[in-house]
Ligand binder design. Sequence first.
Ligand SMILES: [Zn+2]
Length: 523
Amino acid sequence: MNPEQPKVTTFGTFKNRFLGVGSDQFLKTIPGTMVEHIDLQGKTVIPGFIESHNHLSMYAATLLQLDCRAETVRDIETLKREVKNTAIQTDSGQWILGFGYDDTLISDCRHLNCSDLDVAAPHHPVLIMHVSAHLAYANSKAMVISGVGSETPDPEGGHIDRDQAGRPSGLLLEPAAIDLVKKHVPKLNTGQYRSLLKRAIPYYHRHGITSSHDGAIGYTKDAPEIIEAYRHLEAAGELGLRVYMTIMHSYYDQLTSLGLGSAFGSDLLKLGSVKLFQDGSIQALTAALSDDYLNRPGHRGECIHPQENLNHLIEKYHRLGLQIAVHANGDRAIDSVLQAIDRAQHLAPRGDCRHMLIHTQMATLDHVRRMKALQVIPSYFVNHVFYWGDRHRDLFLGQERANTIDPLGTSLREGLPFTLHSDLPVTPVDPLASIHNAVNRVTRQGKILGADERIPVLEAFKAYTVNAAFCSFEENSKGSIVDGQLADFAIISDNPLSISPDKIKEIEILGTYVGGTKVYEPR
Ligand SMILES: [Zn+2]
């Protein structure tokens, strides 16, 4: 990843930094009594992966929840059985939480409703999150505890689905509506987060990840507990992963009032960007599109913030000198965010802000050009091509629009730097699999989606290393194997530049090092 020295055969580490990269002679002069020499026998070493958008703390919390992903739960009957079994083992009145339900992948092909969950657990409040994290399902007990009924109006930016009689069906759309119920679920405390994060982080190490953004701390109203748990882990020397904390705007106001902002912290734990959402997700039909969804004529999804409100929010954080990261999937949402950033830049010109667009799935050529002009960095959710690509083509968008999701090829041709991400727990955190998807764009059904948007292997690696370091203002300290940079790297089984591109996801991680310290090796 260093263009001046693209390939070396030797490097050293001293304390937590690289030293003597490519200086075989220099390193040989250091006596074996002073250093440990390791012969990797021709294995490939790459800079550690930087996951620029996922939800580490949210994933950690799901480790306590029922796994409702389609890989585990094939149909609604199985899900009901699982909920019922959990209810038997759970004290009456205690919450049962689940994560990962996908109405379009499950054989019944429909949303859950109150009565599905009431049958399984009549005496427990139940809340199950959709895999997109933009929808949730509650049972009657949860609705009663939360005081959500026929008379409850839709909150701003959210929607309570209702049956023909006007009663809530159990389906809640977008965080504003989900939170009406979720705020009644007891929060995890700092100690619980600390032990769950300790269980979650090795999963990142196994995939060669040495740095990660935590993409929306405060999304579940427990920012203080999460941040404190991270701080405790760092102080105890147990963090083992560099974390860039992206924090929901509602919490960021408290930080800015103390004078804190982007990049405050240490090499291990940093305060990152302020996070906003401007739409939902395509597969939940809550992404804001310019044209109708293929499977629901007349429906285009809604932007979460009216344009004027978004303008105001972005201008406020832009003027405060912060980095802003906005979730936008649909082309109408992307348009709206770029409009607001453009406006803020006109009112208060600022250089090197590195504002980010998260997911950016339906960016058009025009959007790509505008992002470049505004120096906005998109982080593309390219795993969608594999996981939902067939359904984007057949159900939600149609062939033409589906071909252009995650326009990596267009971005590359236009000279727009970008990053890639997994959005864990939405899809598994596995940079090699994401790189594989960026390079091959093959769907689950084995079809290529948008061949023009495929990119070369090296470019996909840049998106997970140097470009990702850039988007947290850390390109001088990590992302490449260069003297003086943090010694974050992974040993892998094959050279990705010489194997067949369709074999990239089969490459194995043979070791992961953070600051020169080994944090993973296979057993
Ligand atoms: Zn996310």
